[in-house]
Ligand binder design. Sequence first.
Ligand code: ADP
Ligand code: LRH
Length: 478
Amino acid sequence: MKAYAAVDLGASSGRVMVGRVGPDALELSEAHRFRNRPVRLAEGLRWDILALYGGVLDGLRAAGRVDSVGIDGWAVDYGLLDGDGALLGNPVHYRDARTEGVPEQVWATVPAAELYAATGIQYAPFNTLYQLTAAREQRQLSRAERLLLVPDLVSYWLTGEQGTELTNASTTQLVDPRTRTWAYGVAERLGIDLGLFAPLRQPGDPAGLLGPEVLEETGLTGPVPVTAVGSHDTASAVAAVPAAGESFAYICTGTWSLAGLELTAPVLTEESRTANFTNELGLDGTVRYLRNIMGLWLLQECQRAWGDSDLGALLREAGGVPALRSVVDAGDGRFLAPGRMPERIAEACRASGQPVPGTRAEVTRCILDSLALAHRRAVEDAQRLADHPVDVVYVVGGGTRNALLCQLTADACGLPVVAGATEAAALGNVLVQARAHGLVGDLAAMRRLLTRTQPLTRYTPRGDGARWREAEARLAAR
Ligand code: ADP
Ligand code: LRH
């Protein structure tokens, strides 16, 4: 058996997991988990990147001897380095308000339709392209000689080597999904210097060795290689969807719900753009064709407002609340920013003429019903837009621990739901490392190994979908 450390940085927590892989074995255990707590300053919302890196070092120490390390994390955000390789300020959080009004400026130069045709990336105000445009006038950006996406930044600190891993690079909205390299024309028209980015690297590429100070801090004995993985957490999570064949949809449920299909070519139609589907790049020439849904962020923010209430109790009580009394549009960008979430949900219900959820359990139920409804819409729309029918929906990520959400998703989609790994991103991360070291075959072989070794939970759809169609119509009539 070989051991691989997977560093997985999620928006709500970071973790270092250890995967032990043999010809017919795959075991995952948690070495260390640490909170990811963004910090709000007068200037805006920032990631506490050094605290996260400290957590990574603690995790590698706890992991002990490993054959390689891989790093994945949330998309789009980056750190800037000066000419000496020193970090220029804390990375800006994608929920920061600095991109307000910026997309419109960008579209005045490259219309939204052209941008989509060239990059296949959905409109989201936080795409790196908009963040870079927002930062254009700032001294920090003019002083910067290098931009590293967050997992690439961690990789650089661990090894001293710089690269831009492709799956995460695609979330910048500066990559062409057909050529799978930079969208040079878009960057040029928007005055974005692609020289800021380190050379592209592919999942499975060697990414250096842990540096001497890292070995000292972690107590590890070198050499320990770092291997590039699908460094976008969603790329790693989708790689670990335990599917056979192609007729499946997936939902990666964590802070976000990322719901869609795995395709072999992007869908760049105007209809796809207006439906706000994205074409992010995955392993082995695949495309993650999906929609971003606000996800369990809605509940995380309510819990924060309620003083971090007991999630288990909340979900049990929500299970007893009548279904579908009120639903909100869980794809609505109005829920992106932090703060006042219970009130904002109540306001959305009131504005659409639905009963206002009063108790915490009612708010929770409204969130879960709304997420399931958004899952249904994404799975249906993706099949139609990509002309790719499915007969099963796989759910992976933190939301697999929420049985009510999984069951509601099965009911809403009218399809069987198979819940796979809670730590899917870490599993995908481990498997790509194992593959780079010759232990596993292609993506299909990775998935066969997952199916043989990881527990799966099946949820059968209940009802005929009429109530979900009614709730969908209620939202559409707003
Ligand atoms: P991210 O990687 O985006 O930080 P995760 O995939 O770790 O997110 O998912 C976190 C979410 O998973 C939590 O916000 C919570 O809603 C859900 N979750 C975690 N543990 C449990 C649990 N024991 N029961 C129900 N839901 C859980
Ligand atoms: C999930 C995720 C998602 C992105 C968002 C910014 O962690 O990477 O795929 O859209 O964060």
